[in-house]
Design a protein around this ligand. Sequence first.
Ligand SMILES: *[C@@H]1O[C@H](CO)[C@@H](O)[C@H](O)[C@H]1NC(C)=O
Ligand SMILES: *[C@@H]1O[C@H](CO)[C@@H](O)[C@H](O)[C@H]1NC(C)=O
Ligand SMILES: *[C@@H]1O[C@H](CO)[C@@H](O)[C@H](O)[C@H]1NC(C)=O
Ligand SMILES: *[C@@H]1O[C@H](CO)[C@@H](O)[C@H](O)[C@H]1NC(C)=O
Ligand SMILES: *[C@@H]1O[C@H](CO)[C@@H](O)[C@H](O)[C@H]1NC(C)=O
Length: 916
Amino acid sequence: MIKLELDFRGSYNLVILLVFSIVIIPTTCQDADVMNILKSTINSPLTFQWTDPDVCKWRRIQCDSSKRVTAIQLGSQTLQGFLPKELGKLTNLQRFECQSNALTGAFPYLSKSLQRLVIHDNKFSFIPGDFFTGMSNLQEVRIDDNPFSPWQIPNSLRDCVALQTFSAQSAGIVGTIPNFFGRDGPFPGLIFLALSNNFLEGVLPASLSGSSIETLLVNGQNGNNKLNGTLAVIQNMESLKQIWANGNSFTGPIPDLSRLHQLSDVNLRDNQLTGVVPPSLVNLPSLQVVNLTNNYLQGSPPKFRDGVGVDNNMEGSRNQFCTNVSGQPCSSLVNVLLSVIEPLGYPLKFAESWQGNDPCANKWLGVVCSGGNISVINFQSMGITGTISPSFASLSSLTKLLLANNSLVGTIPNQLTSMPLLQELDVSNNHLYGRVPSFPKGVVLKFGGNPDIGKDKPSTTASSYGFEGSGSKNNAVGITIMILVGAIVLLGVGALLFIKFWKRPDNDWRKSRSRHEIMVDHKYQWDENVMNASVAGGGGGGGEGGGALSPTGNMVISIQVLRQVTYNFRKENIIGKGGFGTVYKGELHDGTQIAVKRMQSGITDETKPNEFTSEIAVLTKVRHKHLVALLGYCLDGNERLLVYEYMPQGALSKHLFNCKEEGIKPLEWKTRLSIALDVARGVEYLHGLTEQIFIHRDLKPSNILLGEDMRAKVSDFGLVRLAPEGKASFQTRLAGTFGYMAPEYAAMGRLTTKADVYSFGVILMEMVTGRKALDESQPEENIHLVTWFRRMLLNKDSFQTMIDKTIEIDEETYESINTVAELAGHCSAREPYQRPDMSHVVNVLSSLVEVWKPIVQEVDDVYGINFDMTLPEALQRWQAFEGKSTINLTLSPSSLQTSGDNTHSTTSPNVSSSNP
Ligand SMILES: *[C@@H]1O[C@H](CO)[C@@H](O)[C@H](O)[C@H]1NC(C)=O
Ligand SMILES: *[C@@H]1O[C@H](CO)[C@@H](O)[C@H](O)[C@H]1NC(C)=O
Ligand SMILES: *[C@@H]1O[C@H](CO)[C@@H](O)[C@H](O)[C@H]1NC(C)=O
Ligand SMILES: *[C@@H]1O[C@H](CO)[C@@H](O)[C@H](O)[C@H]1NC(C)=O
Ligand SMILES: *[C@@H]1O[C@H](CO)[C@@H](O)[C@H](O)[C@H]1NC(C)=O
């Protein structure tokens, strides 16, 4: 990333004009330097003609009109050597290709503007785990056949929202296939995913369902565990043309493929697939090649139409087809038995044992014959799951049907009552429910150990088994997972004991907001898209959750739950109110408290959905002990709710400005100091310690919330912006609060992290003086705190009078206040470059807090935890839109006009520029 340290004093217009020329001149020189370094680290052949002083004339290099290198294409040149890390400085690089060479060493970081990365068939030993961070333009990744040291597919790959091709075969990948390659994931355009010949294990994630992937290659995993589970998800990948899943440990049947109208190349050989080859595969019109050898497939050997390439030769096949002749049907007995184990998911143990076309000729597991007829089915204690098939009734010679001690679900089929010779039915110790059908007299029935037998419905836990057939087995697992996740989220909610207050509910609020807070044209083009995406992804599932949680995202909480915990949003539970809506206190069963922010509904104000999604997206990405944690959210019709930890002491503004009214004790200096440090740490984290740079844009005391222990957390991330990669400054439409807004941002919409530093400086001033950023009760020249503060700071005597009267001052305190006052002055310096970084602020404040160390608890995990959140996939799209839209955002003349008008009417942001 380029750091722009602009050394210009003077008008902002000048700065704007100069920004571009400053950037351009040094970096083109740099590009040449970088190219010369590259030339020296590889054996560039003479044919490259890399001699001209102008690197843009070099072969295999392309530049743009401003002479920046945009493409390096060095494929198949028998290159040796390594790539220098300086390549990362080619910030306009869009294509990097060096495939089929013998390059070695670690692969360097490259520019975030990269679109194509083609480096397969080399000897690179390492690729940085965070290589893909922020690569929002990357469309094509081909890194196959490199001896990378073991690495996992990093979460940061989610940043590559433009991804179409990700090919990393034989690339040393370990771990599992992440759950973000799917319809609701960050890659709406992904069509090629190749992960063959790695060391992947675990299952094909359910999130692949509905994806746009056309080619999925996961074959030949080399680890001990390989990929496992069923292939059920494939039935929902309707864009698939090619699936290679061979050479793994997949189990269960081949799913119904009838909806995969483009599927032509299917390789499933060398797994442990069981069951009957489905007609939907055999009859698939688009099918061209199919390989099924070496599984435990059962039933009739499939006969594919002429022209389909099949490797399914009977010779050497481990499959368990009933005959050796393709297309020849199995005996009716075999068919019945296969239909009986279908709803059990064709367990492998049966497939292994059931050979040939006569269950009584060979010893089939669980099948007892007498005189060539099946007399007993004994599937007791086999660990089978699924439902009892009505097809058992077709085994008319059966005398005993023994299914005890399994995990069978559903009901006892009525059809079983018609079995003429049945003497005993034992289904004890399962999870069956429903009425026991009336069997003829003399049939011994055993159904003990089924807690819900006789009941109309399974009890709640048992309901998670409510599935039929093997194909739905995954749903059951999904539902179970959903319930577990729900429980975990609720536990998480319960575990947090903090109260969150929102903005001050004072009557003055609306007035002051309309006067000082501007939201100029906050309606971004993409709002609607974002909301649609979120509603489809998150809220849609919320309804089905039935009071529990949606399967689509573990942060989705149903409206029913939220109604319950807030007593249907009753007045008594309101703890904050503002233009955005209302904040309610909620209480969970166990008495722990949460804060529920309910966006004003029914108002067609597009700023609200934007703030809503923006806040979710930010809060799920950033986690820090000094940032208020989002626990969940809810989208239901018009309802938009956010759930936070509860912060019992409310907003800092209350403690600074409303002590008397609230009847609370004014804050001691050391408490203020510790709050300031907490906030500084939170903001420092936002600015640089996450993977991306976030700018809060609306720091102010009403957005700083206090816990029981008076430790502070920053809240209200509705206006947070993600800084575009590689840009230290960008223009954006205005949003924020006058009095706290940095002048360059208020006047020109130029946004950097230094805008937050400015706001933080104002907050420090408020802590020192106990005065609000804009104080209408003061004479005109003193209304604006920053101006007044600066003036007072110049004079030692006046300084003393400015300190909040409620602070008890001794010598030590005075020194400390003095230092903070100076820091505040720096932070709120007129020019962004004169303001310190937040890390500097943290240093200064923590050295002051040190003095009172015993009071302040040890802050060990300062940097917090950046959980790998399972972000509701719909919100990934927000990022995509966010990333693209910020680039284009400029202040329209009209919005400039508006902000200018406001500036004059309030005098506030103007003050600093008129300040001597
Ligand atoms: C799949 O393999 C993993 C180990 O990689 C194992 O923990 C898990 O139980 C297996 N799952 C199934 C369904 O076999
Ligand atoms: C799959 O079957 C096709 C058609 O018979 C054959 O050409 C191909 O080599 C097979 N692939 C594998 C991996 O067995
Ligand atoms: C299929 O053929 C093999 C030998 O070619 C034989 O051993 C096997 O018993 C046959 N299976 C059936 C079901 O006929
Ligand atoms: C087997 O079943 C057939 C017809 O279902 C019947 O004729 C025959 O007697 C049965 N054999 C035995 C030993 O029960
Ligand atoms: C079922 O399991 C229980 C306890 O494990 C055992 O006592 C009982 O004998 C088993 N019943 C059958 C029919 O296998």
